[in-house]
Design a protein around this ligand. Sequence first.
Ligand SMILES: [Zn+2]
Length: 263
Amino acid sequence: MRMLATIAVLLVVSTSVTPRGQVPDSSKFRVVDLSHAYGPSTVFWPTAETKFKLEKLASGKTPAGYFYSANTFCTPEHGGTHLDAPVHFSEKGRTADQVPLEQLVAQAVVIDVTARANADRDYRATRDDVLQFEKAHGMIAKGTIVLLRTGWSRHWPNAKAYLGDDTPGDASKLSFPSYGVDAARLLVEERGVAALGVDTASIDYGRSTDFDVHRIAAARNVPGFENLTNLDLLPSRGALVVALPMKIEGGSGGPLRAIAILP
Ligand SMILES: [Zn+2]
């Protein structure tokens, strides 16, 4: 009897959560890849002691006659298209495995500062850039994933052009655009956004030494998505972003496969 009641409850719950006919029709939307591939040319922070490594374990015909291949890989958490978990810059912040899915799967807005970044490679998006965006496209709702488009992914994987300097072991001469402090405060503290993404190597601009934007975001458990690509293919609003990082227990970040679903 108890079991029947349980089944009845489950049926009610499942039918109300996924009513028939509401499975999205994949022929009616387009999917855009927002991630770079991991490989030998993946760009890492100049001070990273190791990069992405893929080692072959097997590749070829087995004694039984079928083909089989498998590899092992090793990578720093912060390189390529990756997640910055809040704990990256906040001791009590969430780790990679603890970031709620609601902050990884959400409606996105794309703030385009390409022209300004082209004129000044140390450009930091301002509060006014956000307000101008809102004037044109409406207020940014709580829980939105914000993507800052600087156009920088066109330099990938040329580390010197992308980071401004590629001297190994030296991060003191980096130069690339990103969020400014006042824009980050507005988005994180006033708008309550889900995440901050960018098509450069960091949610702080290259010349930053105190990583203020990282700290502002981390303090509110807002994750960062870095080294994104193809932001030029997204509308200013209306895309659904699905940004799923490798679920590393206790991780401060990790490789991120991000996509956008467009109607
Ligand atoms: Zn990072």
